[in-house]
Design a protein around this ligand. Structure first.
Ligand SMILES: Cc1cc2nc3c(=O)[nH]c(=O)nc-3n(C[C@H](O)[C@H](O)[C@H](O)COP(=O)(O)O)c2cc1C
Length: 331
């Protein structure tokens, strides 16, 4: 069988297919559909310092080729996760990566320190799609992080910026987390920026072991009849196949400028989608929206990658990394 193992920071994962934050609950909800030890790793939904009830419904809106969500970080809070979910997750031999969002560098540092002391956690992913409150720039920008139930201000006022939209703010958050853990530290970047490279480099310099590229794209959908948003909040995050070409490009654009591995995410539904990401330079991938359609999507994708590698006579996954053939598609 081909060797699918991949090293991300200090962790060696059995295969390069992870499940993306927020699309696989705390993992336990999926145990009847998929064996967790078949996953490369499990990323939990984003946890905050205190429980959050999330945005008002509706939280999902279907668009022609993707899904808009405004879950608004509904979660039980870090402490409850560590006390009630983590002990159950320890029964499974899967690397658990805890996704966290801190509202300030201080809060994030405390959360990461707490996770570092917990048994059974392999790593931390920083969801930096939250508004940069320390800069006093306002409220929410959409996607999963921002409190986008508060309408965006009129354009005459400065639009809110997310932490992940700012290299310095990203570095400050990563640095704060790095100081508190020696576990795998992944910085999850937002695709909603003009240029991802400086932000990726800042995260690497600040001590991230890997980058997730990336999160949903901020979007909106309005009902012309009611003139209201189709979501309970004004904006949401677009995910699914619609964003795959956009995320793929961002992986290809970002991977060469950092030495740390890039985990690609966005619209991965089948094995061939994951292969596209490896060719573009990703070392691993995270499957998101597809989990809602097929709860065992990640396992199917792992099988499909194996079959692809056998068909292409590849013995190890790294043979695919960055292996784009630049010849014209025309014969
Ligand atoms: C319903 C839903 C909830 C999500 N919640 C989170 C979250 O809590 N934290 C996070 O970092 N990303 C979250 N995401 C983003 C996904 O982890 C992933 O980055 C994104 O959806 C792109 O992958 P996909 O197109 O395969 O879904 C969420 C996505 C969806 C669709």
């Amino acid at each position: 069988m081909p060797d699918l193992r991949v090293k991300i920071g200090s962790l060696t994962l059995p295969n390069p297919v992870l499940v993306a934050a927020g699309t696989f609950g705390y993992g336990l909800e999926f145990t009847s559909a998929i064996r967790l030890d078949h996953l490369g790793a499990l990323i939990t939904k984003t946890l905050t310092a205190t429980p959050r009830s999330g945005h008002l419904p509706p939280r999902l809106a279907v668009t022609p080729s993707g899904m808009l969500n405004s879950v608004g970080l509904q979660n039980i809070g870090l402490e409850a996760f560590l006390e009630t979910k983590l002990p159950q997750l320890r029964r499974y031999s899967v690397a658990v990566i805890v996704s966290v969002l801190g509202e300030s560098a201080k809060e994030l540092a405390e959360m990461v320190g707490r996770i570092d002391r917990a048994d059974g956690v392999s790593g931390v992913e920083l969801n930096m799609s939250c508004p940069n409150l320390e800069e006093g720039q306002g409220t929410g920008g959409g996607g999963q992080g921002g409190d986008s139930s508060i309408p965006l201000p009129p354009v005459s006022r400065p639009l809110p910026r997310l932490i992940a939209q700012d290299a310095e703010a990203t570095a400050a958050m990563v640095q704060a987390a790095r100081a508190k853990t020696s576990k795998l530290l992944i910085a999850k970047l937002s695709p909603d920026v003009t240029d991802l490279r400086p932000i990726a480099r800042a995260a690497e310099r600040a001590g991230a072991d890997a980058l997730s590229v990336g999160n949903t794209f901020i979007g909106m959908s309005l009902d012309p009849e009611t003139r209201r948003s189709r979501l309970g909040s004004l904006t949401g995050g677009l995910s699914g196949p619609a964003i795959r070409p956009l995320s793929l490009y961002r992986v290809w654009y970002t991977a060469p400028v950092v030495r740390i591995p890039v985990i690609g995410a966005g619209g991965i539904v089948q094995a061939k989608d994951a292969v596209e990401y490896f060719l573009a330079g990703a070392k691993a991938v995270a499957v998101g929206t597809a989990n809602f359609v097929r709860p065992d999507a990640a396992r199917q994708i792992v099988h499909g990658i194996e079959r692809y590698m056998i068909r292409h006579k590849l013995s190890a996954i790294h043979e695919l990394y960055g292996a784009i053939d630049f010849h014209s598609p025309w014969p």
